[in-house]
Write a protein that binds this ligand. Structure first.
Ligand code: FAS
Length: 392
Protein backbone atom coordinates (compact mmCIF):
# COMPACT_ATOMS: atom_id res chain seq x y z
CA UNK A 1 0.00 0.00 0.00
CA UNK A 2 1.74 3.24 -1.13
CA UNK A 3 0.88 6.68 0.13
CA UNK A 4 2.41 9.89 -1.19
CA UNK A 5 3.59 13.23 0.10
CA UNK A 6 5.77 16.04 -1.18
CA UNK A 7 8.82 15.55 1.07
CA UNK A 8 9.81 12.49 3.10
CA UNK A 9 12.08 13.43 5.99
CA UNK A 10 14.18 10.65 7.44
CA UNK A 11 15.08 11.38 11.07
CA UNK A 12 13.04 13.07 13.80
CA UNK A 13 15.86 14.91 15.57
CA UNK A 14 16.24 18.72 15.52
CA UNK A 15 16.99 18.90 11.78
CA UNK A 16 14.10 16.70 10.66
CA UNK A 17 11.53 18.20 13.00
CA UNK A 18 12.51 21.79 12.18
CA UNK A 19 12.39 21.10 8.44
CA UNK A 20 8.92 19.56 8.70
CA UNK A 21 7.75 22.55 10.75
CA UNK A 22 9.01 25.16 8.27
CA UNK A 23 7.62 23.23 5.29
CA UNK A 24 4.17 22.96 6.85
CA UNK A 25 4.14 26.71 7.62
CA UNK A 26 4.65 27.12 3.87
CA UNK A 27 1.92 24.63 2.93
CA UNK A 28 4.32 21.90 1.88
CA UNK A 29 3.41 18.39 3.02
CA UNK A 30 5.99 16.13 4.63
CA UNK A 31 6.16 12.92 6.63
CA UNK A 32 8.91 12.35 9.21
CA UNK A 33 10.19 8.79 9.66
CA UNK A 34 12.02 8.29 12.98
CA UNK A 35 13.72 5.07 14.06
CA UNK A 36 13.39 5.63 17.80
CA UNK A 37 10.45 6.30 20.09
CA UNK A 38 9.64 9.91 20.91
CA UNK A 39 10.69 9.29 24.52
CA UNK A 40 14.09 8.01 23.38
CA UNK A 41 14.70 11.05 21.15
CA UNK A 42 13.69 13.36 24.00
CA UNK A 43 16.01 11.61 26.46
CA UNK A 44 19.11 12.77 24.60
CA UNK A 45 21.26 15.44 26.29
CA UNK A 46 23.48 17.26 23.79
CA UNK A 47 23.91 20.84 22.66
CA UNK A 48 23.18 23.98 24.60
CA UNK A 49 24.56 26.97 22.71
CA UNK A 50 22.58 28.65 19.90
CA UNK A 51 23.99 31.20 17.49
CA UNK A 52 21.81 34.25 16.92
CA UNK A 53 21.15 33.13 13.36
CA UNK A 54 19.69 29.91 14.79
CA UNK A 55 17.53 31.91 17.22
CA UNK A 56 16.08 33.87 14.31
CA UNK A 57 15.36 30.73 12.27
CA UNK A 58 13.58 29.19 15.29
CA UNK A 59 11.55 32.35 15.86
CA UNK A 60 10.47 32.40 12.20
CA UNK A 61 9.50 28.71 12.54
CA UNK A 62 7.22 29.62 15.50
CA UNK A 63 9.05 27.29 17.93
CA UNK A 64 10.76 29.91 20.08
CA UNK A 65 8.19 30.90 22.71
CA UNK A 66 9.75 28.80 25.55
CA UNK A 67 13.29 29.48 24.33
CA UNK A 68 12.64 33.24 24.58
CA UNK A 69 11.13 32.74 28.04
CA UNK A 70 13.60 30.24 29.53
CA UNK A 71 16.72 30.61 27.39
CA UNK A 72 19.62 32.77 28.60
CA UNK A 73 20.91 35.42 26.22
CA UNK A 74 24.56 36.09 26.87
CA UNK A 75 27.48 37.88 25.30
CA UNK A 76 29.67 34.86 24.73
CA UNK A 77 31.85 32.32 26.52
CA UNK A 78 35.01 32.69 28.56
CA UNK A 79 38.40 31.07 28.15
CA UNK A 80 40.71 30.60 31.15
CA UNK A 81 44.29 29.37 30.86
CA UNK A 82 47.48 28.99 32.86
CA UNK A 83 45.25 29.11 35.93
CA UNK A 84 45.10 32.90 35.79
CA UNK A 85 44.32 34.66 32.53
CA UNK A 86 40.83 34.95 31.26
CA UNK A 87 39.18 36.32 28.15
CA UNK A 88 35.57 36.63 27.10
CA UNK A 89 34.71 35.61 23.55
CA UNK A 90 32.48 38.65 23.54
CA UNK A 91 30.42 38.01 20.44
CA UNK A 92 28.12 40.96 21.18
CA UNK A 93 30.97 43.47 21.40
CA UNK A 94 33.16 42.16 18.58
CA UNK A 95 30.64 40.53 16.22
CA UNK A 96 27.44 42.40 17.08
CA UNK A 97 25.57 39.16 17.83
CA UNK A 98 24.70 37.55 21.18
CA UNK A 99 24.42 33.84 21.90
CA UNK A 100 21.50 31.95 23.48
CA UNK A 101 21.95 29.20 26.05
CA UNK A 102 19.07 26.78 25.53
CA UNK A 103 19.31 22.99 25.70
CA UNK A 104 18.84 20.82 22.64
CA UNK A 105 16.60 18.59 24.76
CA UNK A 106 14.24 21.49 25.47
CA UNK A 107 14.38 22.58 21.82
CA UNK A 108 13.47 19.07 20.64
CA UNK A 109 10.54 19.02 23.09
CA UNK A 110 9.39 22.35 21.66
CA UNK A 111 9.70 21.03 18.11
CA UNK A 112 7.64 17.94 18.88
CA UNK A 113 5.01 20.12 20.60
CA UNK A 114 4.86 22.47 17.61
CA UNK A 115 4.47 19.52 15.23
CA UNK A 116 1.63 18.19 17.37
CA UNK A 117 -0.05 21.62 17.36
CA UNK A 118 0.02 21.74 13.55
CA UNK A 119 -0.88 18.09 13.17
CA UNK A 120 2.48 17.27 11.61
CA UNK A 121 2.94 13.60 10.64
CA UNK A 122 5.81 11.88 12.51
CA UNK A 123 6.03 8.11 12.40
CA UNK A 124 8.21 6.83 15.24
CA UNK A 125 9.82 3.38 15.68
CA UNK A 126 10.18 2.60 12.01
CA UNK A 127 12.70 0.00 10.84
CA UNK A 128 14.68 -0.74 7.72
CA UNK A 129 14.17 2.62 5.97
CA UNK A 130 15.31 2.40 2.35
CA UNK A 131 15.57 5.09 -0.30
CA UNK A 132 14.68 4.35 -3.93
CA UNK A 133 14.91 6.07 -7.38
CA UNK A 134 16.83 9.09 -6.09
CA UNK A 135 17.72 10.13 -9.65
CA UNK A 136 14.13 9.79 -10.89
CA UNK A 137 11.26 12.29 -10.86
CA UNK A 138 9.34 10.31 -8.21
CA UNK A 139 11.66 8.81 -5.62
CA UNK A 140 10.14 6.73 -2.87
CA UNK A 141 10.96 5.40 0.58
CA UNK A 142 10.10 2.01 2.03
CA UNK A 143 10.19 1.09 5.69
CA UNK A 144 8.86 -1.46 8.17
CA UNK A 145 6.33 -0.43 10.80
CA UNK A 146 4.68 -3.06 13.05
CA UNK A 147 6.21 -5.75 10.82
CA UNK A 148 4.41 -4.36 7.76
CA UNK A 149 6.35 -2.94 4.81
CA UNK A 150 5.14 0.53 3.89
CA UNK A 151 5.92 2.76 0.91
CA UNK A 152 5.78 6.54 0.54
CA UNK A 153 6.06 8.13 -2.92
CA UNK A 154 7.35 11.69 -2.88
CA UNK A 155 9.01 14.52 -4.78
CA UNK A 156 12.03 14.88 -2.49
CA UNK A 157 13.76 13.06 0.38
CA UNK A 158 15.52 14.94 3.21
CA UNK A 159 18.17 12.85 4.96
CA UNK A 160 18.11 14.21 8.53
CA UNK A 161 19.03 10.90 10.13
CA UNK A 162 22.28 11.81 11.81
CA UNK A 163 25.75 10.35 11.44
CA UNK A 164 24.63 6.72 11.75
CA UNK A 165 21.62 7.07 9.48
CA UNK A 166 20.94 5.47 6.08
CA UNK A 167 20.63 8.56 3.90
CA UNK A 168 24.31 9.35 3.37
CA UNK A 169 24.96 5.70 2.46
CA UNK A 170 22.34 6.01 -0.32
CA UNK A 171 24.75 8.28 -2.21
CA UNK A 172 27.03 6.11 -4.37
CA UNK A 173 30.64 5.91 -3.15
CA UNK A 174 31.73 7.05 -6.62
CA UNK A 175 29.87 10.33 -6.00
CA UNK A 176 30.54 10.89 -2.29
CA UNK A 177 33.79 12.31 -0.90
CA UNK A 178 34.30 12.23 2.88
CA UNK A 179 36.79 14.17 4.96
CA UNK A 180 37.53 12.86 8.46
CA UNK A 181 39.76 13.69 11.41
CA UNK A 182 39.65 11.73 14.67
CA UNK A 183 41.08 13.38 17.80
CA UNK A 184 43.08 11.30 20.30
CA UNK A 185 40.75 12.13 23.19
CA UNK A 186 37.11 12.24 24.27
CA UNK A 187 34.93 14.45 26.45
CA UNK A 188 33.56 13.01 29.69
CA UNK A 189 30.33 14.95 30.26
CA UNK A 190 28.16 15.20 33.37
CA UNK A 191 24.92 16.95 34.21
CA UNK A 192 24.10 17.97 37.79
CA UNK A 193 21.11 19.68 39.38
CA UNK A 194 23.30 22.43 40.83
CA UNK A 195 23.52 26.15 40.11
CA UNK A 196 25.94 26.71 37.21
CA UNK A 197 28.78 29.23 37.08
CA UNK A 198 27.63 32.51 35.48
CA UNK A 199 29.62 32.34 32.25
CA UNK A 200 30.25 29.20 30.16
CA UNK A 201 34.04 28.91 30.26
CA UNK A 202 36.58 26.80 28.40
CA UNK A 203 39.58 25.95 30.57
CA UNK A 204 42.99 25.21 29.02
CA UNK A 205 45.17 23.36 31.53
CA UNK A 206 48.28 21.19 31.52
CA UNK A 207 46.15 18.36 32.96
CA UNK A 208 43.77 18.69 30.03
CA UNK A 209 40.75 20.66 28.78
CA UNK A 210 37.64 21.36 30.84
CA UNK A 211 34.40 23.21 30.08
CA UNK A 212 31.92 24.60 32.57
CA UNK A 213 28.51 25.27 31.04
CA UNK A 214 24.83 25.32 31.88
CA UNK A 215 21.42 24.34 30.61
CA UNK A 216 19.05 26.10 33.07
CA UNK A 217 19.52 28.16 36.29
CA UNK A 218 19.52 24.83 38.20
CA UNK A 219 21.12 22.51 35.66
CA UNK A 220 24.90 22.53 35.18
CA UNK A 221 26.77 20.83 32.36
CA UNK A 222 30.49 20.03 32.79
CA UNK A 223 33.04 18.37 30.52
CA UNK A 224 36.62 17.21 30.96
CA UNK A 225 38.98 15.88 28.29
CA UNK A 226 39.87 12.21 28.88
CA UNK A 227 41.96 9.66 26.93
CA UNK A 228 40.10 8.06 24.03
CA UNK A 229 40.23 4.62 25.69
CA UNK A 230 38.55 5.85 28.92
CA UNK A 231 36.12 3.50 30.68
CA UNK A 232 33.28 5.60 32.08
CA UNK A 233 32.90 3.15 35.00
CA UNK A 234 36.31 4.31 36.27
CA UNK A 235 34.87 7.76 36.89
CA UNK A 236 32.98 8.14 40.16
CA UNK A 237 31.33 11.49 40.85
CA UNK A 238 34.01 12.31 43.42
CA UNK A 239 36.80 11.58 40.96
CA UNK A 240 35.08 13.71 38.31
CA UNK A 241 34.61 16.72 40.61
CA UNK A 242 38.22 16.47 41.86
CA UNK A 243 39.61 16.41 38.30
CA UNK A 244 37.31 19.17 37.06
CA UNK A 245 38.19 21.56 39.90
CA UNK A 246 41.92 20.79 39.45
CA UNK A 247 41.65 22.20 35.91
CA UNK A 248 39.73 25.37 36.79
CA UNK A 249 41.16 28.73 37.91
CA UNK A 250 41.22 28.90 41.74
CA UNK A 251 38.27 31.30 42.07
CA UNK A 252 36.13 29.05 39.83
CA UNK A 253 37.17 25.92 41.73
CA UNK A 254 36.18 27.58 45.01
CA UNK A 255 32.71 28.64 43.82
CA UNK A 256 31.60 25.60 41.87
CA UNK A 257 28.67 23.76 43.49
CA UNK A 258 29.17 20.00 43.18
CA UNK A 259 26.50 17.37 43.69
CA UNK A 260 25.33 13.97 42.47
CA UNK A 261 25.46 13.71 38.70
CA UNK A 262 22.17 12.89 36.94
CA UNK A 263 23.84 11.99 33.66
CA UNK A 264 27.35 10.92 32.67
CA UNK A 265 28.48 10.21 29.10
CA UNK A 266 31.55 9.89 26.90
CA UNK A 267 31.82 11.59 23.52
CA UNK A 268 34.89 10.87 21.35
CA UNK A 269 35.80 13.94 19.31
CA UNK A 270 35.94 13.85 15.54
CA UNK A 271 35.50 16.07 12.49
CA UNK A 272 33.66 14.68 9.49
CA UNK A 273 32.27 16.30 6.35
CA UNK A 274 30.60 14.53 3.41
CA UNK A 275 30.40 16.14 -0.03
CA UNK A 276 28.13 16.68 -1.87
CA UNK A 277 25.13 17.14 0.48
CA UNK A 278 22.68 16.33 -2.28
CA UNK A 279 22.21 13.56 -4.86
CA UNK A 280 19.31 13.61 -7.29
CA UNK A 281 16.18 14.14 -5.19
CA UNK A 282 17.99 13.46 -1.86
CA UNK A 283 19.25 16.30 0.33
CA UNK A 284 21.32 15.72 3.49
CA UNK A 285 20.99 18.07 6.46
CA UNK A 286 22.60 18.12 9.91
CA UNK A 287 24.72 15.32 11.35
CA UNK A 288 23.84 13.12 8.35
CA UNK A 289 26.36 15.23 6.43
CA UNK A 290 28.79 16.48 9.05
CA UNK A 291 30.04 15.98 12.59
CA UNK A 292 32.15 18.56 14.41
CA UNK A 293 33.91 18.43 17.80
CA UNK A 294 31.54 20.15 20.31
CA UNK A 295 34.35 22.61 21.18
CA UNK A 296 32.99 25.21 18.79
CA UNK A 297 29.31 24.53 19.69
CA UNK A 298 28.52 24.22 15.98
CA UNK A 299 26.77 20.87 15.39
CA UNK A 300 23.24 21.87 16.26
CA UNK A 301 23.70 25.32 14.74
CA UNK A 302 24.80 23.81 11.42
CA UNK A 303 21.79 21.46 11.47
CA UNK A 304 19.61 24.57 11.76
CA UNK A 305 21.43 26.46 9.01
CA UNK A 306 21.27 23.44 6.66
CA UNK A 307 17.51 23.31 7.26
CA UNK A 308 17.28 27.06 6.65
CA UNK A 309 18.89 26.70 3.21
CA UNK A 310 17.07 23.47 2.29
CA UNK A 311 13.63 24.77 3.27
CA UNK A 312 14.25 27.98 1.30
CA UNK A 313 15.06 25.85 -1.73
CA UNK A 314 11.98 23.66 -1.38
CA UNK A 315 9.71 26.67 -0.80
CA UNK A 316 11.15 28.36 -3.91
CA UNK A 317 10.49 25.17 -5.90
CA UNK A 318 6.89 24.74 -4.84
CA UNK A 319 5.87 28.39 -4.67
CA UNK A 320 7.86 29.92 -7.55
CA UNK A 321 8.76 26.87 -9.63
CA UNK A 322 12.39 27.99 -9.23
CA UNK A 323 15.01 25.29 -8.51
CA UNK A 324 18.08 27.51 -8.33
CA UNK A 325 18.35 27.37 -4.51
CA UNK A 326 17.86 23.60 -4.52
CA UNK A 327 20.49 23.22 -7.21
CA UNK A 328 22.89 25.36 -5.14
CA UNK A 329 21.93 23.84 -1.76
CA UNK A 330 25.00 21.65 -1.34
CA UNK A 331 27.44 24.43 -2.32
CA UNK A 332 25.72 27.01 -0.09
CA UNK A 333 25.44 24.71 2.93
CA UNK A 334 29.00 23.35 2.60
CA UNK A 335 30.48 26.85 2.57
CA UNK A 336 29.08 27.43 6.07
CA UNK A 337 29.84 23.85 7.17
CA UNK A 338 33.52 24.12 6.23
CA UNK A 339 33.82 27.50 7.93
CA UNK A 340 32.49 25.98 11.14
CA UNK A 341 34.58 22.81 10.67
CA UNK A 342 37.79 24.80 10.36
CA UNK A 343 36.95 26.97 13.37
CA UNK A 344 36.05 23.92 15.50
CA UNK A 345 39.29 22.20 14.44
CA UNK A 346 41.32 25.31 15.32
CA UNK A 347 39.65 25.83 18.73
CA UNK A 348 39.98 22.12 19.57
CA UNK A 349 43.69 22.23 18.70
CA UNK A 350 44.18 25.39 20.76
CA UNK A 351 42.44 24.25 23.95
CA UNK A 352 43.22 20.54 24.32
CA UNK A 353 46.34 18.71 25.51
CA UNK A 354 47.46 16.24 22.83
CA UNK A 355 49.12 12.97 23.96
CA UNK A 356 52.37 13.74 22.15
CA UNK A 357 52.38 17.37 23.22
CA UNK A 358 55.63 18.93 24.48
CA UNK A 359 56.18 21.83 26.86
CA UNK A 360 56.81 23.94 23.79
CA UNK A 361 53.33 23.08 22.44
CA UNK A 362 51.73 23.92 25.81
CA UNK A 363 53.47 27.28 25.96
CA UNK A 364 52.64 28.05 22.31
CA UNK A 365 48.94 27.45 23.08
CA UNK A 366 49.13 29.79 26.08
CA UNK A 367 50.90 32.48 24.02
CA UNK A 368 48.25 32.21 21.30
CA UNK A 369 45.56 32.80 23.93
CA UNK A 370 47.52 35.81 25.21
CA UNK A 371 47.72 37.07 21.61
CA UNK A 372 43.95 36.73 21.05
CA UNK A 373 43.44 38.79 24.21
CA UNK A 374 45.81 41.56 23.12
CA UNK A 375 44.96 41.79 19.40
CA UNK A 376 41.58 43.25 18.48
CA UNK A 377 41.95 41.71 15.03
CA UNK A 378 42.45 38.21 16.45
CA UNK A 379 39.62 38.73 18.94
CA UNK A 380 37.25 39.98 16.22
CA UNK A 381 38.07 36.96 14.06
CA UNK A 382 37.46 34.51 16.91
CA UNK A 383 34.19 36.19 17.93
CA UNK A 384 32.88 36.46 14.38
CA UNK A 385 33.29 32.72 13.89
CA UNK A 386 32.13 31.69 17.36
CA UNK A 387 28.95 33.77 16.86
CA UNK A 388 28.43 31.97 13.55
CA UNK A 389 28.84 33.52 10.11
CA UNK A 390 25.65 35.34 9.05
CA UNK A 391 23.14 33.16 7.20
CA UNK A 392 23.21 34.05 3.49
P1 FAS B 1 20.41 13.83 15.29
O1 FAS B 1 21.43 12.72 15.38
O2 FAS B 1 20.13 14.66 16.49
O3 FAS B 1 19.00 13.23 14.84
C1 FAS B 1 18.95 12.22 13.83
C2 FAS B 1 17.69 11.38 14.07
O4 FAS B 1 17.59 10.40 13.04
C3 FAS B 1 17.76 10.62 15.40
O5 FAS B 1 16.59 10.87 16.15
C4 FAS B 1 17.87 9.16 14.98
O6 FAS B 1 17.19 8.30 15.88
C5 FAS B 1 17.20 9.16 13.61
N1 FAS B 1 17.66 8.10 12.72
C6 FAS B 1 18.91 7.60 12.58
N2 FAS B 1 18.91 6.62 11.65
C7 FAS B 1 17.64 6.49 11.21
C8 FAS B 1 16.99 5.64 10.25
N3 FAS B 1 17.69 4.73 9.59
N4 FAS B 1 15.66 5.78 10.05
C9 FAS B 1 14.96 6.74 10.73
N5 FAS B 1 15.50 7.56 11.65
C10 FAS B 1 16.82 7.44 11.88
N6 FAS B 1 26.23 20.60 18.97
C11 FAS B 1 26.34 21.91 19.32
O7 FAS B 1 26.04 22.80 18.50
N7 FAS B 1 26.75 22.28 20.58
C12 FAS B 1 27.07 21.35 21.52
O8 FAS B 1 27.43 21.71 22.66
C13 FAS B 1 26.96 19.97 21.20
N8 FAS B 1 27.23 19.01 22.14
C14 FAS B 1 27.08 17.69 21.81
C15 FAS B 1 27.33 16.69 22.77
C16 FAS B 1 27.18 15.34 22.43
C17 FAS B 1 27.44 14.29 23.48
C18 FAS B 1 26.75 14.97 21.13
C19 FAS B 1 26.58 13.50 20.74
C20 FAS B 1 26.51 15.94 20.17
C21 FAS B 1 26.65 17.31 20.51
N9 FAS B 1 26.39 18.31 19.57
C22 FAS B 1 26.53 19.63 19.89
C23 FAS B 1 25.98 17.97 18.22
C24 FAS B 1 24.50 17.53 18.17
O9 FAS B 1 23.76 18.37 18.95
C25 FAS B 1 24.04 17.43 16.72
O10 FAS B 1 24.65 18.42 15.92
C26 FAS B 1 22.54 17.52 16.52
O11 FAS B 1 21.93 16.49 17.26
C27 FAS B 1 22.25 17.37 15.02
O12 FAS B 1 20.89 17.17 14.83
P2 FAS B 1 20.36 16.19 13.66
O13 FAS B 1 21.10 16.49 12.42
O14 FAS B 1 18.88 16.28 13.68
O15 FAS B 1 20.87 14.73 14.08
Amino acid sequence: MAISTQVVIIGGGPAGLLLSQILQLNNIDSIVLERQSRAHVLSRIRAGMLEWGSVEVLRAAQVSERMDREGAVHEGSGIAWAGRSRLLINTQKYAGRSMMMYGQTQLTEDLYAARDDLGGEIINQVDDVRLHDLKGERPYVTYIKDEQEQRIDCDYIAGCDGFHGVSRTAIPESVLTTFEKKYPFAWLAVMSETPPLPVPTYCHHERGFALVSKRTPMLSRYYIQVPIETDIDDWSDDRFWAELTARLPKDYAETIVTGPTIEKSLAPLSSFVAEPMSYGRLFLAGDAAHILPPTGAKGLNLAISDVHYLSNGLIDHYQNNNDQQLDNYSTTALKRVWNAARFSWWLTGLLHKFPDQTRFDQRAQEVELDYVTQSIHAMRSMCEQYAGMPLE
